[in-house]
Design a binder for this molecule. Structure first.
Ligand code: UDP
Length: 409
């Protein structure tokens, strides 16, 4: 199937939005745009780039995507960066930092970094800036993680890299740092036409759940996430178990790994241990190609959870909202602007809080349905890829037309 172009989004977001995107892109026709991240599949960044890169090409930009390569030691170090930036202190040795810089240098030699606008995602490829080609290019660093309380020593190291960029983009105001360049706020987004989010017929959903061996006899409580401690899958099992004492329901935890996440297997083992042999709990390890399965699980859910303890912005929340589901999310980071507490779902601070809200939503299906409707409306307005493209194009325009001079603090 050919990937849908911009016009395919018109029935969903209306003609005005598409006209605006094309008008913005018109000013940037032929601009060579390069995105660089650290994994082609798995996790939210790859998920966004997979659709944003071709859509920007459809809008008339010369749009490319490169993925850096690293060895196990590199990804262990960058995972430690990730954990430390999200406030979990890590010991990172000088030799590991040197290796990180070396891997970035090797990638700079291997990749074609020649572009007018270069967007580098997250810390893994951040050191590519040290090898920026000369010329009138614009380099922007995009931070997708919750960097509101980073480990000081690591931030000092990264700051030296981030300061060299012409601008940075963050998902929430409280994640930003003091930096000598313009900082922009852009929320991530989902693609309503992707396999993961497109409409599914009830028979399709039923067939997929049957294939996954998940009975539909009881309401489903679903969390879709990489097996990562910050996603708190063990907390989800505990919350579900508490709720299920009062309201019979099944739990589905669905997730896979990402190429740049070496901790997944360990967290998965902890989840399995916590669940024991309870037959109402289903822990699925999905391949990166499981978009349709994730779509069906989110649609089959009575309640969706994203009980993260740290989250830059949860794409899974936007996905569930788009499917008209009330979402119970950890009251942290980007989740606090995604979920309107008590309107589109609930923000929770504990296992007990999550359990209480699961019970409440399962016990009041009409209220849950109304919340789901509100969630879908909010997702349409704020969390679709069309809004994201428009924000990004506006930013590039601002940077290239000199407005940046006004923005430098
Ligand atoms: N996802 C997936 N397979 C999995 C787990 C997650 O395709 O096994 C997708 C999920 O549907 C979402 C993205 O990966 O689109 C995760 O993005 P999010 O922002 O929620 O979290 P991240 O993994 O980037 O921390």
């Amino acid at each position: 199937m050919n990937a849908p172009g911009l016009d395919a989004y018109e029935p969903i977001v209306g003609p005005a939005r598409i006209r605006e995107i094309r008008a913005f892109a018109g000013f940037l026709r032929g601009v060579r745009l390069l995105n660089v991240n650290s994994t082609a599949v798995g996790g939210g960044v790859a998920e966004i780039l997979r659709r944003a890169v071709p859509l920007l090409a459809d809008a008339g930009l010369d749009s490319r995507w490169e993925v850096i390569a690293g060895d196990g030691a590199f990804y262990r170090t960058t995972k430690a960066f990730h954990n430390a930036l999200q406030g979990h202190p890590q010991v990172i040795e000088p030799a590991e930092l040197t290796h990180y810089l070396d891997v970035n240098r090797a990638n700079a030699q291997r990749l074609d970094l020649d572009a007018d606008v270069v967007l580098i995602h997250d810390p893994q490829p951040a050191a590519l800036i040290r090898h920026r080609p000369t010329g009138p290019n614009t380099w922007i660093w995009r931070c997708h993680i919750d960097a509101s309380s980073p480990q000081r020593s690591l931030w000092r190291f990264l700051e030296d890299l981030v300061r060299r960029y012409d601008a940075s983009i963050w998902s929430m105001p409280q994640f930003t740092r003091v930096l000598p360049h313009p900082q922009f706020l852009i929320h991530p987004s989902i693609d309503p036409l992707a396999e993961k989010n497109r409409e599914l017929a009830p028979e399709e959903i039923a067939a997929i759940l049957e294939r996954l061996e998940i009975p539909r006899d009881l309401p489903l409580v679903v969390q879709v996430s990489r097996y990562d401690r910050f996603k708190d899958p063990v907390g989800v099992v505990r919350a579900w178990r508490l709720a299920a004492r009062y309201v019979p329901c099944r739990l589905v935890l669905a997730g896979g790994g990402a190429d740049d996440d070496p901790e997944g297997a360990q967290v998965l083992a902890e989840v399995r241990h916590e669940l024991g042999d309870d037959p109402r709990g289903h822990v699925l390890l999905l391949p990166p190609t499981a978009d349709l399965e994730i779509n069906a699980l989110q649609r089959a859910a009575a309640v969706v959870l994203q009980k993260s303890t740290r989250e830059g912005f949860g794409l899974t929340i936007a996905e569930a909202m788009w499917k008209g589901k009330p979402v119970i999310g950890g009251a942290t980071g980007g989740i606090t602007v995604q979920i309107l507490d008590g309107v589109t779902g609930f923000l929770v601070h504990s296992v007990e809080g999550a359990a209480y809200r699961i019970r409440q939503l399962l016990g009041q299906p009409e209220r849950a349905r109304r919340m789901g409707e509100q969630a879908r409306a909010l997702a349409r307005e704020r969390f679709l890829i069309t809004r994201h493209l428009q924000d990004f194009l506006a930013l590039v325009l601002a940077m290239r037309t000199g407005i940046r001079e006004l923005l430098v603090p």
